[in-house]
Design a protein around this ligand. Structure first.
Ligand code: 5AD
Ligand code: SF4
Length: 360
């Protein structure tokens, strides 16, 4: 079938998506042009800023792909002090960021749950309720999700990583805390608790097929999420999955495939927020800008104090671990402009999808 007639369909089947994921040459260009145009017509060319605070690399999990997994004994474990978190939040507020993301390894002990709750309240205080906070702190109980929501968090990002059960099992230890159904349950609880919900997958994982990626797209659509953070898998030497490094797609192809995923999700869900991730930049020097051009509309400048960044490497060669934020902010403005986008300062940047959901 001609590419244009597929792109203009109202409903995409798995096999349409597989075809589009495999498009090359002119067909691929047509896909990117289509998603880029649709993005500008639907959510415009604003880029929303989320200041990223990598709060802690202490994690009770052992995901096979991740550099901060519990089993990696070669990194120093840290947690920011409350003062460091609040300084970063103040920086975001004073620099006209509309929102923050607090991300960390997964923990569910009382001390952690309580500290996050206190920090959320403090952040609301110091910004007069003007900073929207997204949490990315893994699976938690319903009570914890509720507590954090009531303490001031509005959004939660929990990636499904892959929607395919068999692949999920290959990427995680076979135990209760790494369970696919538990992850689904958490996503459900987050929706019920009233968060703006985000999920996402990694692209280019070992054993992943384009069929699985097509199903990921349909899965994300069926969850009716408000935001998506998805990006290429980048192998990390100190993880069990590293042994499959020779079976991975070459980095350039993994990057391309991630861009096709972004473009297709923009077409399937035109009004959601989508992040241009740092992992994209790792695989391609202009990765983030390309993502912004074809479909993404959110960037997350890193506000973690520099001394900790070395130890928060989920994947190898993570960019900006030696760069300070102001330098990257100026650079970011230029790069957004190159991508035809403008940074939307002082805006929460709730996804249009969420705002429309509220009306019904
Ligand atoms: N490559 C790319 N992304 C990764 N993440 C963890 N490890 C890697 C990796 N090796 C992502 C996961 C997780 C998020 C915090 O980081 O998708 O949800
Ligand atoms: Fe921990 Fe998240 Fe890394 Fe898994 S992906 S080991 S939960 S930080």
């Amino acid at each position: 079938m001609e590419i244009d007639s597929i792109l203009n369909k109202k409903i995409f089947s798995r096999s349409d998506l597989v075809d589009l994921l495999q498009s090359e040459g002119q067909a691929k260009e047509a896909l990117f042009n289509f998603s880029s145009k649709l993005k500008n017509e639907t959510v415009g060319n604003s880029v929303y800023l989320r200041g990223l605070i990598e709060y802690s690399n202490i994690c009770s999990k052992n995901c096979f792909y991740c550099g901060v997994r519990r089993g990696n004994k070669s990194i120093e474990r840290y947690s920011l002090s409350n003062a460091e978190v609040l300084d970063a939040a103040r920086y975001a507020f004073q620099n006209n960021f509309g929102s923050l993301v607090i991300q960390a390894g997964e923990r569910s002990d009382r001390n952690f749950v309580h500290t996050i709750s206190e920090l959320l309240k403090e952040i609301q205080k110091l910004s007069n309720g003007q900073l929207r906070v997204t949490l990315s702190l893994g699976e938690q109980t319903e009570d914890t999700f509720k507590l954090w929501r009531e303490s001031g968090a509005h959004r939660y990002l929990l990636r499904i990583e892959t929607s395919n059960r068999e692949l999920y099992a290959k990427l995680h230890p076979n135990d209760r805390i790494h369970n696919y159904d538990e992850r689904l349950k958490s996503l459900d609880l987050l929706r019920k608790t009233g968060y703006q919900l985000g999920t996402g997958v990694m692209v280019g994982l070992p054993f992943q097929t384009v069929g699985i990626l097509a199903e990921d797209l349909l899965f994300i659509k069926s969850l009716d999420v408000d935001m998506v953070g998805m990006g290429p898998y980048v192998e990390h030497e100190l993880t069990p999955l590293y042994k499959y490094k020779d079976e991975l797609l070459p980095k350039a192809d993994r990057f391309e495939l991630s861009m096709k995923m972004i473009a297709l999700l923009r077409i399937l869900m035109p009004d959601i927020n989508m992040v241009a991730t740092t992992a994209m930049q790792t695989l391609h020097p202009q990765g983030r800008e390309i993502a912004l051009r074809i479909g993404a509309n959110v960037v997350m400048p890193n506000l973690t104090p520099l001394k900790y960044r070395e130890d928060y490497q989920l994947y190898a060669d993570k960019p900006n671990i030696h760069e300070d934020t102001e330098e990257s902010l100026q650079e970011l403005e230029l790069k957004c402009a190159e991508a035809g986008c403008v940074i939307a300062y002082n805006q929460w940047g709730d996804s249009k999808h969420y705002s429309s959901r509220q009306k019904y």
